[in-house]
Design a protein around this ligand. Structure first.
Ligand code: SAH
Length: 209
């Protein structure tokens, strides 16, 4: 696909890195993924604004700075197996694939129509090895567990137990937690299965269905 919007994307990522320290891997991933390819046709003009955008079914693609912050906190390396809950348009999954490779990314999306559309876009953009399943992400995706990392792109009242269950000891789960007010929580799973939680500030995500 012709990447005719690289200059806009570079300018966006320059603004992001002016405002906060991003790891080199996160910065590279943000520079690589063509966000406009994931954004609906009627929102193309805003594809490189640092803002969330509607993607259908009442859902939104997160603002680029939020994807960057989450990518940093996920702290994933090449080859790590990652579970994503909330594929949406597939953009965040593609950013994750830049870090770990597309093969080990498993993403669950509640809405069939979004899952189908995301698969199509991931194929067009070269991330077809990312696996997308339509279903309830609260159950995780047991067939591919254990995961080194897991994250939710929708807010849950608590981190779903099945997701924690499917992460290996020493692995990380990242999730917006809460209802009216939400906190980005990063939990490291201990060997005994309990978790060690860190809070990373207030956030606003669509709720888990
Ligand atoms: N990462 C996405 C952001 C999508 S917004 C992107 O880059 O576009 C959050 C997504 O979570 C929505 O698509 C919503 O449908 C999905 N979602 C909500 N509840 C869910 C659930 N229980 N299981 C799986 N996905 C869910």
């Amino acid at each position: 696909m012709a990447d005719d919007r690289r200059a806009e994307r570079e300018a966006l990522v320059d603004r992001l890195t002016d405002r906060r320290d991003l790891s080199p891997a996160t910065e590279q991933a943000m520079r690589a993924v063509p966000r406009h390819a994931f954004v609906p046709s009627d929102r193309q003009a805003a594809a490189y604004d640092d803002s969330p955008l509607p993607i259908g079914e009442g859902q939104t693609i997160s603002a680029p700075h939020m994807v960057a912050v989450m990518t940093d906190l996920l702290d994933a390396d090449e080859g790590d197996r990652v579970l994503e809950v909330g594929t949406g348009c597939g953009y965040h999954a593609a950013v994750t694939a830049e870090l770990v490779g597309a093969d080990p990314v498993y993403s669950v999306e509640y809405h069939d129509s979004l899952a189908r559309e995301a698969r199509k876009t991931l194929r067009k953009t070269g991330y077809e090895a990312v696996s997308v399943r339509a279903g309830d992400g609260r159950e995780g995706w047991p067939a591919h567990a254990p995961y080194d990392r897991a994250y939710l792109t929708c807010a849950a009242p608590t981190v779903p137990a099945a997701v924690v269950e499917q992460v290996r000891p020493g692995g990380l789960v990242l999730a917006p937690v809460g209802e009216q007010t939400q906190t980005l929580v990063r939990a490291r799973k201990r060997a005994d299965g309990t978790v060690d939680r860190e809070r990373h500030g207030g956030v606003r995500f669509v709720p888990l269905q």
